[in-house]
Design a protein around this ligand. Sequence first.
Ligand code: PLP
Length: 465
Amino acid sequence: MSKKDKNPTDYQSNLDVFATKGMAGRAPKFKMPTLESDPRFAYEVVHDELMLDGNSRQNLATFCQTWSEPEVHKLMDECMDKNMVDKDEYPQTAEIEQRCVHILADLWNSPDSAKTTGCSTVGSSEAAMLGGMAMLRKWEAKQKAAGKPYDKPNLVTGPVQVCWHKFTRYWNIEHREIPMDKDRFLMTPEEVLKRCDENTIGVVPTLGVTFTCQYEPVKQVAEALDTFQKESGLDIPIHVDGASGGFLAPFCAPELEWDFQLPRVKSINTSGHKFGLCPLGVGWVVWREATDLPEELVFWVNYLGGNMRDISLNFSRPGGQVIAQYYNFIRLGKEGYNKIHSACYKTAQYISAELQKLGMFDIIYNGDMESGIPALCWKIKSGETPGFTLYDLADRLRIKGWQVPAYSLPSNCEDIAIQRILVRHGVSFDLADLLLNDIQDSINFFEKHPIQVPLSKEEASGFNH
Ligand SMILES: *Cc1c(COP(=O)(O)O)cnc(C)c1O
């Protein structure tokens, strides 16, 4: 190697990493470097760039886990090499996945929880896709058997997360999404029935609507569909999007009937990485009974001489998150999940009560355990002109590192801006208090320095997911 080819990032082990030559240049942005570099240098560069992401614990927009116990970190590290799809090579990981499915089926009151079926996924989006496909295939089979056309399927939902827009678009299904109304942000049985016909493959209520965090009335919708069946003969299944609520209601609203207790509920999805308290990258879909999953969706794979179902859209996928899910089940039990989530609900209710006292906000949802997830959302009282928008407030709070999303509601309520806080594992009472102080400080700041031109929703970061 000539002197010229010598790696410019070469460091001497006695040098402080910031004193190395490599640190005197820019990180590559468009081309891969020709030469290799020292891991100490490369690590520092990448590590430091990540600082700009901000502090995820202060991200009150995300539903996903931002804190895990040291044992979870350890198991994730031990599972770096586990490929979820290789059920033959990692049979115990496959076995643990099945245990999780049965535990969830039991938690959701499946009549046959030890025998029913389901699988882990990357998240609720993949799980929703699988649940939706099962409904589509079932409906097609029914139409074919009756000699009826099966080219115009439709799906009825309330205001849903984007994964259902993807599902209907990818599979060419007409999406009959019930729009919001000024005083109704959820689906109602009446609105559902207006949209059901013989081409309806299913109805999807959400347990924890993305925009307002509230539970949709699964039981009432199921009852309305029972009556509808008596009158029309049409038997329309329900899939519950329990991305958040699937891991909350069983522990914190045990009286609520939303799951397989209702025979019409045929499948449920949830996100392990949300209130299942796992690191990012795991969702679940479970069918009420094995027969609710059409055989066409199952690929049988050889597994230790036996046969095992494979129902995923993906092939290779990390296994650590599934292992972490099983760890959480053992570690926390129902008691632990209840304690963690109850603490979050209490904190949400506290923040909500404090915001209410400020007088300028209308609390839309206050973190009530029976009616939604540990979160809150609010809007500016109508008629109130505090001199700033919620977008301005979100922007100001970013100065202290808080990410508190403000966004407009979907159709037909686009003109209503709301702000939302997710209270997750690790959003402690003390953190909530610090946030409230910063909200008060921001309001004081706007009084002193009135906003001349308020931020619009286009200018604001407006993330909602
Ligand atoms: C988060 C969420 C999803 C998508 O779940 P991922 O796990 O992020 O794929 C779907 N539906 C609802 C109601 C959600 O809250």
